[in-house]
Design a protein around this ligand. Structure first.
Ligand code: FAD
Ligand code: NAD
Length: 521
């Protein structure tokens, strides 16, 4: 059992205060932590009031359940009685009540679409929304067998005017290979826009095109080998995925379409896809932070783009728990040496273990060879933010350092206009500083880079900068290389740090376009 402290929850430092949508979190009463909720759901108590029965819910019925003590909410067609959950909701009762008696899918997605509500609210499930009889007129039915014709993709969700041209796909074969070709008709497609997985006969290729996701999702007609190759012809946006047949027979068709096959969907409306990755190593970096190395399956192609994170999923006390983490490299310097190989199969994470936390102690208990599920990447950092960049300023606190690594690497190695890159790294004590000597070495070796450490709880021996983020620290640190230089300031850390930092940057007259916050503020 976890030793959950009884002071106000979440603790000031807890990520549970930091919703990615920038929503503030409320203190929960003692005994109302996520772990307490999991315990309640396992207690066998009837949480829906329906004694385990599942019902069909009409819109009229849903609307009736709109009070705190009788609150039903619909998320993606499933209706939950969330009254028992009210006191456990990190965002507070008011936030939940905003969706009372109605469809809360959009509200839910805005704040935390990655939270595994199916697992968390399983015992609160009342039933499904009753289907509406009307069928949209332009609903097209995909052919049941994919025979190599160029099918037109279905564009689903709210189709915005600026949505990309619908991609399409085709396939051809030789005796030993099957090549799936995807025509995105976009020029900025790179290898990290392509995520491919196959398991048994299921093949899944997701292509990220701006805010959209195009999916090729097929139950293959024949078996293939585990490994495959992916190639992107960037100037025309063509993607070739070459699969190896298990047997050299001629395929009559590629296979059968599976869910959302050949459709272009707004990324925010897609489900996160997970694959199981094996823990290869776990090494201490500081007294409480470890470098975890996970091995992707051979049947996965996944590269996490700069500035993005993934979700790790573990089952804790029978409930799936998901938390976001930002991939890094195995050391500061391999960021600068190794090119990211297309077949790079390792993902590294720097993760702080909170002894009273829910997820990280469990992660830390994994043995080498154990598995953890890793999602597709997410994040709103745009590569265009690097364009003509001259001054890069990184404000990181604690593990908020993690997204800065790839940003720094990319800027120093690829942005010819860059004049300086400076990191101000806020920590409690010297012992908390991640990769300190590597940072100092880099500052020594690359004259464009500089690092300053600021400690909020230093020992008496520390003679460097001290305190929390402040206007004094920032105005001294954020000196442009010239009056009109193109600046990017990245900020990441505990929510109060980021909130305060953004306020101070605004007061110092930096524009919104010049500031990127990784916490969605
Ligand atoms: P939590 O359960 O959230 O607990 C955190 C703190 O709250 C602990 O100090 C714990 O003691 C305290 N606490 C817990 N329960 C209670 C209670 N009932 N009463 C009082 N105090 C309590 N982290 C990294 O280490 N590396 C990364 O690369 C990284 N990337 C991230 C990327 C994003 C986009 C975001 C949003 C967060 C990222 N995080 C990262 C943070 C990470 O997602 C988790 O929030 C973090 O690992 C804490 O998880 P936990 O479940 O172990 O702790
Ligand atoms: P920590 O508790 O060790 O604190 C590090 C520093 O943050 C402190 O020394 C202080 O300077 C500053 N700080 C802490 N509380 C503050 C407050 N109330 N006001 C002003 N400054 C404050 O940090 P940690 O435990 O390593 O936590 C790192 C945080 O960064 C977590 O909340 C994590 O979720 C977040 N994070 C976010 C992302 C992301 O959004 N992409 C990535 C990694 C980490």
């Amino acid at each position: 059992m976890l030793n959950v402290p009884s002071q106000s929850f979440p603790a000031p430092s807890s990520q549970q205060r930091a919703a990615s949508g920038g929503r503030s979190k409320v203190p929960l009463k003692p005994g109302r932590s996520l772990m307490d909720w999991i315990r309640l759901t396992k207690s066998g108590k009837d949480l829906t009031g329906l004694k385990g029965r599942l019902i069909e819910v009409t819109e009229e019925e849903l609307k009736k359940h709109n009070t705190k003590n009788d609150c039903w909410i619909c998320i993606r067609g499933l209706v939950y009685n969330v009254s028992p959950y009210m006191e456990y909701h990190p965002g507070g009762e008011e936030e939940l009540m905003r969706a009372a008696g109605s469809d809360g899918t959009d509200l839910f997605d805005q704040v935390h679409r990655w939270v595994n509500y199916e697992s968390m609210l399983r015992e609160c499930l009342v039933g499904r929304m009753a289907a509406k009889p009307a069928v949209p007129k332009d609903c097209r039915v995909e052919k049941k067998v994919l025979n190599g014709m160029l099918p037109k993709s279905q564009v689903t969700g709210m189709l915005a005017k600026e949505s990309p041209t619908s991609p399409s796909y085709d396939w051809f074969q030789t005796d030993s290979l099957v090549t799936i070709v995807i025509y995105t008709k976009q020029k900025d497609i790179t290898l990290d826009s392509v995520i491919v997985d196959h398991q048994f006969d299921t093949f899944r290729a997701e292509i990220i095109i701006k805010d959209y996701s195009y999916l090729v999702h097929i139950g293959l007609s024949h078996e293939i080998q585990e490994d495959f190759s992916v190639r992107v012809v960037e100037n025309v946006g063509k993607i070739e995925i070459v699969l190896k047949k298990k047997e050299n027979t001629s395929w009559q068709c590629l296979g059968c379409p599976l869910e959302n096959h050949n459709s272009l969907i707004l990324k925010k409306d897609t489900d996160l896809y997970y694959r199981k990755c094996q823990l290869i190593s776990k090494d201490s970096v500081t007294h409480d932070t470890k470098l975890f190395c996970l091995l992707l399956p051979r049947s996965t192609h996944l590269q996490v783009p700069i500035g993005q994170h993934v979700y790790l999923k573990l089952t804790i006390a029978g409930t799936e728990i998901v938390k976001p983490y930002t991939p890094v490299s195995d050391s500061l310097f391999s960021e600068f040496k190794e090119p990211v190989l297309p077949n790079n199969k390792y993902i590294y994470f720097l993760i702080k273990i909170y002894s009273a936390g829910l997820f990280t102690p469990q992660l830390d208990r994994l043995q080498i060879g154990d598995f953890v599920s890793v999602s597709n990447p997410e994040g709103n950092f745009k590569m265009s933010q690097f364009q003509e960049l001259e001054d890069l300023f990184l404000l990181a606190a604690g593990t908020g350092f993690t997204p800065m690594l790839k940003i720094l690497n990319y800027a120093l190695n690829n942005i010819s206009s860059l004049r300086k890159a400076k990191l101000m790294f806020f920590n409690k004590t010297e012992d908390d500083i991640i990769w300190r000597s590597q940072l100092e070495k880099l500052a020594y070796e690359d004259k464009r880079f500089d690092v300053e450490f600021v400690l909020s709880a230093p020992t008496s021996e520390w003679n460097g900068k001290t305190g929390y983020i402040s206007s004094g620290l920032l105005s001294e640190f954020l000196k442009r290389s010239s009056d009109k230089s193109k600046v990017l300031i990245c900020i990441c850390g505990p929510m109060p740090f980021t909130e305060q930092g953004i306020r101070l940057l605004h007061d110092l007259n930096f524009s919104k376009d010049e500031v990127h916050s990784f916490t969605g503020l």
